[in-house]
Design a protein around this ligand. Structure first.
Ligand SMILES: *Cc1c(COP(=O)(O)O)cnc(C)c1O
Length: 224
């Protein structure tokens, strides 16, 4: 088993011409495994546990762009604020305000994606269309209050199901929101990134307009 370099190259061969960015999801993987992809040129890695991310960031090359893709608790923002490249799972203005506060402390503008809930599972986090609209309205109408965050786009996760049409429908809805709210832009908000698609559904996601996929198990092997 181990890291599947052949498949990594194959996937890049599909993503690069389509201008889709790849975040290699390295949660629970070792520094050695991450370095195997790093040595292939991969620089974007995604983690979803704060402590694990902090530990890995300390021991791995400084030019890695770390994506936080998990559910972020307000009280943990300060641990990743000094270095995180993109926070995918912003699901409230309260969290956004805390990210902004920590960004200010470190004199950084922190990139964020707003997470929208589209899956049928209730345990997946995220905003509804209405709360997404409210959050974007607040950020774009009072940009000075949010000058240390930059809303780069939208992130979502489809249902965990074999029903491909359901998954497709959920991705279509994310793309619809992404297009619809393009007009809500300001000095700290421009929806350019649509982060959707994982190992089992990234091909559907790309067909539906994704431009950033988050892939773990296809590259690193199944998590046990
Ligand atoms: C784990 C995880 C992924 C990657 O999942 P795979 O099925 O291993 O590709 C992508 N996005 C999020 C938010 C995750 O937690």
């Amino acid at each position: 088993m181990g890291v599947n370099i052949e498949l990594y190259r194959q996937i890049l061969g599909v993503l690069e011409p389509a201008q889709v960015e790849l975040v290699a999801v390295s949660k629970v993987r070792s520094a050695e495994e991450i370095m195997q992809l790093y040595n292939e040129g991969q620089r974007d890695f995604g983690e979803n546990y704060v402590q694990e991310l902090v530990d890995k960031q300390l021991m791995l090359p400084v030019d890695i762009r770390w994506h936080f893709i998990g559910h972020l608790q307000t009280n943990k923002v300060k641990q990743i604020a000094p270095f995180v490249h993109l926070i995918h799972g912003v699901d409230s203005t309260k969290l956004l305000a805390e990210i902004n506060k920590q960004g200010k402390k470190h004199d950084r503008v922190i990139n964020c994606l707003m997470q929208v809930h589209v899956a049928e599972e209730p345990n997946k986090f995220g905003l509804t269309e209405e709360t997404l609209f409210d959050a974007l309205a607040q950020v774009t109408q009072t940009p000075l209050e949010f000058s240390n965050v930059y809303i780069r786009g939208i992130m979502g996760m489809a249902s965990f199901t074999d029903n491909r049409e359901q998954i497709r429908g959920e991705f279509k809805f994310l793309k619809y929101l992404f297009d619809k709210y393009q007009s809500m832009a300001s000095s700290n908000c421009a929806l350019k990134t649509l982060s959707m698609g994982m190992s089992d559904d990234y091909e559907i996601a790309i067909e539906e307009g994704s431009n950033m996929v988050r892939i773990g198990s296809l590259l690193f092997g199944r998590r046990i």
